[in-house]
Design a protein around this ligand. Structure first.
Ligand code: SF4
Ligand code: SF4
Length: 443
């Protein structure tokens, strides 16, 4: 079987982010394969530790993917502040005889260095056109955990576990290997907080993650972090403002200073994303949403909302509001150009991560979250059939059937983009409903 089919059968998807099926990325040819080791979300500590623990596997997984897409060069992007990891990865690349093919490049400690389009520019100086993907400029991007999962797939192991950082205002910050389908509550319980009543939990990083309405869900392949903060923390208050309230405040208080635009990472790459214009449309009651198509150029990095705006408004949320309206009307942004140049001011307007962390009130919690061995013994696991972009997987098992860890339990529907799913523990299928499979754990 070739790599594409091995990766497809193993259910590898982009670990973190939207969960794009990795096999679909392998269908094209590219000039570069890039490894996104930026991990630019404050407090999350997965990628750097995985590279430290599994350097050879990550390098070989990336090499396999790179050779498959016929990339002439493989570049690993790691923030310069992670010196130890950089030295280690360089040593291992040399030891594996890959120095002519693969190199490590140091990334600046800026936010959002891990945004695919920012990463492509930082590593290759190319700019992905508006509403396009890195492949358009000859790049395929994967992250560290995905490269590790590609290596595991080559070793015959499907994706049944994921790495998660539990961080925030808690006594024990740690990073864990967790079986897919484990209850989020069991993962959070490792943080040392006995009573969660005063806490809110962000699913993912503090910048792009959203506050969970309840923590009764289950871990998926793309779960990357849970950040626990007190309910009255600035970030929680800001993130729980309703779209309607964001709209009303923005309408009355935006002073059109355009700081949100001047510091927007996509605008700085030369794209036409100008959140102050979307805010202006809101202020002037411009109901013609067709005129606000630029809202679709927003990558939702939240820099404007949590860092740039001097009066604490919600330009990202307002973009989301317009995006929703545009989607309802079936309107899609039509780019007018394909060649872009970074704005000359970009170099002076990058957002330093340290300042961002101060601004969002996380300095006190910006501490290590060491990878810690914890044995999860869930009584049940619930595995979602749609943990990825594309169609939900179709169950290949029935209620009452015994399954083994690593067994295929959901396949990709014919002719669809999707990903397979596998049991993460031995057990018996108890229920198949709501696009998920409940397994009672036990042999
Ligand atoms: S930064 Fe804030 S006040 Fe300034 S234009 Fe943007 S939303 Fe309005
Ligand atoms: S969230 Fe704000 S800063 Fe980020 S891309 Fe969208 S408009 Fe730009």
């Amino acid at each position: 079987m070739d790599l594409l089919n091995i990766v497809k059968e193993a259910g590898v998807i982009g670990a973190g982010g939207a969960g794009f099926p990795t096999h679909a990325k392998l269908t094209s040819k590219a000039e570069y394969i890039l490894l996104n080791g930026a991990e630019c979300e404050p407090l999350l500590r997965v990628d750097q530790q995985l590279m430290e623990m599994f350097p050879d596997q990550i390098i070989k997984g990336m090499e396999a993917a790179g050779k498959y897409v016929e990339a002439r060069k493989a570049i690993i992007g790691i923030k310069g502040k992670h010196k130890k990891v950089i030295v280690l990865m360089r040593e291992r690349i040399a030891a594996l005889g890959l120095s002519n093919y693969m190199e490590v490049m140091e990334l600046r400690d800026i936010y959002p260095a891990g945004d695919e389009q920012v990463l492509v520019h930082e590593l290759t100086q190319r700019i992905v056109p508006e509403v396009s993907i890195p492949l358009k400029v000859g790049c395929v991007v994967i992250n560290s955990e995905t490269a590790l999962n590609i290596w595991n797939a080559l070793e015959g192991k499907p994706v049944t576990e994921t790495y998660i950082t539990v961080a925030g205002d808690i006594p024990q910050r740690l990073t864990l290997k967790v079986p897919v389908g484990t209850a989020i509550r069991d993962v959070i319980a490792q943080c040392g907080v006995k009573n969660l009543d005063d806490y809110a939990v962000i699913d993912g990083g503090p910048m792009m993650g959203s506050v969970m309405n309840n923590i009764d869900g289950y871990v998926t392949k793309k779960s990357k972090g849970y950040v626990l903060l007190k309910k009255d923390h600035f970030l929680i208050r800001k993130k729980t403002v309703s779209l309607e309230r964001a709209r009303v405040i923005g309408k009355t208080a935006c002073e059109q200073c355009r700081m949100c635009t001047d510091l927007c990472p996509r605008y700085l790459l030369g794209h036409n994303m100008q959140p102050h214009k979307v805010m202006r449309a809101l202020s002037y009651n411009l109901e013609d949403v067709k005129e606000q198509q630029i809202a679709q150029l927003c990558c939702e990095c939240n820099a404007c909302e949590l860092y740039s705006c001097p009066v604490n408004l919600h330009p990202r949320s307002v973009n989301s509001l317009y995006k929703q309206k545009l989607a309802e009307q079936g309107i899609k942004y039509q780019p007018v150009q394909m060649d872009f140049q970074a704005r000359s001011s970009r170099e002076y307007r990058l957002i330093p991560s340290k300042r961002l962390i101060i601004k969002i009130g996380l300095t006190a919690f910006d501490k290590p979250a060491p990878l810690t061995q914890v044995e999860f013994r869930p009584k049940t696991i619930r595995i979602a059939l749609r943990q990825h972009i594309g169609a939900a997987a179709i169950p290949t098992v029935a209620v009452g059937e015994k399954v083994k860890a690593g067994q295929l339990i959901g396949k990709i529907p014919d002719g669809s983009l999707g990903a397979t799913v596998h049991a993460s523990c031995n057990g018996t299928v108890k229920e198949i409903k709501d696009n998920s499979i409940l397994i009672k754990v036990g042999s």
